[in-house]
Design a protein around this ligand. Structure first.
Ligand SMILES: C[S@@+](CC[C@H](N)C(=O)[O-])C[C@H]1O[C@@H](n2cnc3c(N)ncnc32)[C@H](O)[C@@H]1O
Length: 349
């Protein structure tokens, strides 16, 4: 469906499902941990009663935020005994209950390991300002901004626009992604304190335009086509189903930072050979069933909320993922996701 997305709908699968099926995103976040620690060691530290704020943009259900927020707090704690406030942000429809459960009960929660840390949350799109001007010392965001604020047009024949060979269609998404990214940067430039830092780990496309997960996207296209062929899904509805995402190239990420007068790129590192932990485990064990369950669970975690708008019958939705699993069992390579990443460390001038 084209147009503005309904921000009251969750992007990730609810009831903590994403928390239980997001090891790929957790592994990606690890790529930014060293940059996050370095940034935390030098950001400006405000003195009480001014709060010292760390912001977690696009927190989802919180599981994968515990480690970066814990690392941030540990690095800041080496510099101050004052209270540290973490603000987790996501869209209004996000499963914030799962976030608060993680914060309260997960042994890795910074609320349990640091006696002077406080957690807050806000449900508002990060493509606008979500926190007061100059209030944030340290920001973090992982696997988030490839989700666009709107779908700029239909993508005939594909769920993922980056499989389309139609340059006009692709350009619409690239333009939407560019405009969203400029909006994101402008909002963070307003929120970050002078000298404050924002560390991000984002999936990106290769400079040649490939995304590394074409096989998985083709598998999903094929299964959607089967639903249409079976008469279980209307052809127009299927054609109107689009993943609201664009994996920017490294240049599409970096150039707008360089162009922003209030921001400086401290470092930008592209990670090409990032191995999927699910595939690595499968190579070691040879256990197809475990691999397929984990890979389809991961796929469901990020795609179910979106597909449920199209495949409205819950039995058909279950069938969709079961069929992806069948085809993946016959040829596990079809579920082998390979994503390029960019690690960005951005400073507010
Ligand atoms: C793949 S999850 C990543 C969650 C977590 N950062 C991690 O590393 O696992 C992407 C998250 O970004 C959020 N998101 C997408 N668009 C957003 C927006 N415009 N504003 C705030 N959050 C957004 C989604 O709701 C989702 O929770």
């Amino acid at each position: 469906m084209s147009g503005e997305l309904n921000e009251h709908e969750a992007v990730m699968s609810g009831h903590g499902f994403y928390n239980r099926h997001s090891v790929l995103q957790a592994a990606a976040a690890e790529l930014g941990m060293a940059a996050l620690r370095s940034a935390a060691a030098v950001v400006p530290i405000s003195a009480p009663p001014q709060p010292l704020i760390v912001a977690d943009y696009g927190c989802s259900q919180g599981q994968n935020s515990l480690r970066p927020m814990g690392e941030s707090i540990a690095a800041l704690r080496a510099r101050t005994g004052d209270p540290i406030t973490v603000v987790h942000t996501d869209l209004p429809g996000n499963d914030f209950s799962a976030l608060f459960e993680s914060l309260a009960h997960d042994p890795a929660s910074y609320l349990l390991t640091d006696g002077n840390a406080y957690a807050l949350a806000t449900g508002r799109s990060f493509y606008e300002e979500v926190l007061p001007p100059a209030s944030v010392a340290l920001g973090w965001s992982a696997t988030t901004t490839h989700w666009l604020s709107a779908i700029p047009g239909p993508v005939p024949g594909h769920l993922n626009v980056q499989l389309s060979e139609d340059e006009t269609v692709r350009a619409k998404f690239a333009n939407q992604a560019a405009s969203d990214w400029r909006g994101f940067l402008a909002a963070r430039a307003a929120e970050l304190d002078v000298g404050g830092r924002l560390v991000m780990v984002e999936p990106c496309s290769h400079p040649d335009g490939t995304i590394g997960s074409e096989n998985v996207m083709r598998l999903m296209d094929d299964v959607l086509d089967e639903l249409v062929a079976d008469g279980r899904l209307d052809v127009d509805t299927a054609a109107d189903t689009t993943i609201p995402a664009w994996l920017r190239t490294p240049a599409e990420y970096q150039e707008p930072i360089d162009d922003h007068p209030g921001l400086a790129l401290v470092s930008g590192r592209v990670v090409e050979g990032f191995p999927s932990p699910l595939w690595t485990q499968f190579e070691g064990s040879g256990d197809v069933g475990t691999f397929v369950r984990a890979a389809v669970g991961s796929m469901r975690g990020w795609s179910e909320a979106m597909l449920a708008a199209t495949i409205v019958d819950a039995r058909d939705l279950d069938w969709f993922y079961a069929r992806c699993g069948e085809l993946g069992t016959a040829d596990p390579e079809r579920l082998h996701i390979k994503v390029f990443h960019i690690v960005l460390d951005i400073q507010r001038r």
